[in-house]
Design a protein around this ligand. Structure first.
Ligand code: HEC
Length: 105
């Protein structure tokens, strides 16, 4: 059992080192994402958001506030994030880092 654990502890760092050293990592703009890249970025982002987000919401849920928020989104965010059910904007498509889909729900 110790041998198996030792083997795993050694194999993972060596495999990771060889993955980068032998040029398997996707570095060109046309390449796909690295394995686990999306998971790592999303997980880190959500942990950070959960840690730093305010615990009380200073804005009341009212029609005026929702309408004002929708206008801000339309004017300042939709250029990249688009609208629900709409395809991503052409200028965002093909970028290395694509804008997230619009908030669903
Ligand atoms: C110039 C383009 C652009 C504009 C304008 C823009 N964003 Fe983004 N946004 C991005 C990109 C690119 C990402 C990263 C997406 C990814 O990596 O998944 C992102 C990510 C986000 C995320 C994180 C999404 C996630 O799934 O974790 C949120 C939330 C967000 N934007 C909100 C906004 C809001 C709110 C506005 C307007 C006030 C806005 N964005 C305007 C390009 C833009």
């Amino acid at each position: 059992m110790k041998f198996l654990i030792g083997l795993i502890v050694v194999i993972w760092p060596v495999a990771g080192f060889l993955y980068f050293k032998m040029g398997f990592a996707p570095v060109a703009t046309a390449d796909g994402t690295m394995p686990f890249e999306g998971w790592a970025a999303r997980t880190s982002l959500h942990v950070r958001l959960n840690r730093e987000m305010p615990r009380s919401v200073p804005i009341q849920p009212s029609l005026e506030n929702y309408t004002a928020g929708a206008k801000i989104y339309k004017d300042h965010c939709s250029g990249c994030h688009g609208f629900k059910g709409q395809e991503q904007q052409p200028e965002v498509k093909g970028n290395v880092s694509q804008a997230a889909a619009p908030i669903q729900g």
